[in-house]
Design a protein around this ligand. Structure first.
Ligand SMILES: Nc1nc2c(c(=O)[nH]1)N[C@H]1C(S)=C(S)[C@@H](COP(=O)(O)O)O[C@H]1N2
Ligand SMILES: [Mo]
Length: 161
């Protein structure tokens, strides 16, 4: 499936584990595309595909209940309940047809369409994972590295710039 490097691994409770390249993502059908995320997240940029399309390719096992969003680059990890995240998740991977740069959370940025404010819900702003490298489909809730206090949150934003 790959001629260009793997940008996103999908693994865990799936029938078909995936290693997706830019070309694999760009080759998904038009119906799966999400163009210009600034239409619903005015401060963010890029285009992508629905989480649902990616998980459809991987064929999620019936016992799956969560996805773990892993950013191995900075060791940031967020669990998301599968039923809630399925219609909300967008996998952003290009900006005007070129790769999504690190300043925009690339090469892959995960976005929740309608996130709750930070720390108010399972699917909150903090779940908008930058540098997403792996989606692990799981039966239980895994490690959550989202900040839990205002101070931790402020420190993280300071570090992120
Ligand atoms: N990989 C990674 N993704 C991350 C974070 C992080 O520290 N590392 N911070 C999260 C938090 S706490 C928030 S509120 C949002 C901020 O996204 P923004 O910089 O686009 O506003 O990114 C989230 N995604
Ligand atoms: Mo956050």
């Amino acid at each position: 499936m790959n001629e260009t490097p793997t940008l996103l691994v999908v693994e865990g409770a799936v029938a078909r584990p995936l290693r997706l390249s830019f070309d694999d993502l760009a080759g998904l059908p038009a119906a799966d595309r999400v163009d210009d995320v600034s239409r619903f997240h005015p401060t963010r940029k890029g285009s992508g595909v629905t989480l649902e399309a990616v998980l459809r390719l991987a064929e999620v096992a019936p016992e799956a209940r969560y996805i773990m969003l892993h950013a191995d680059r900075d060791d940031f990890h967020v669990p998301a309940p599968l039923d809630a995240v399925l219609a909300e998740g967008v996998v952003v991977f290009h900006l005007d047809g070129g790769p999504l740069d690190q300043a925009h959370g690339g090469p892959i940025r995960f976005l929740i369409r309608n996130p709750a404010a930070c720390r108010t819900d399972e699917l909150d702003e903090c779940s908008n994972v930058k540098y997403l490298s792996r989606i692990e489909v799981t039966t239980g809730r895994g490690r959550d590295t989202r900040p839990t206090t205002d101070a931790e949150h402020a420190a993280l934003h300071e570090k992120q710039g």
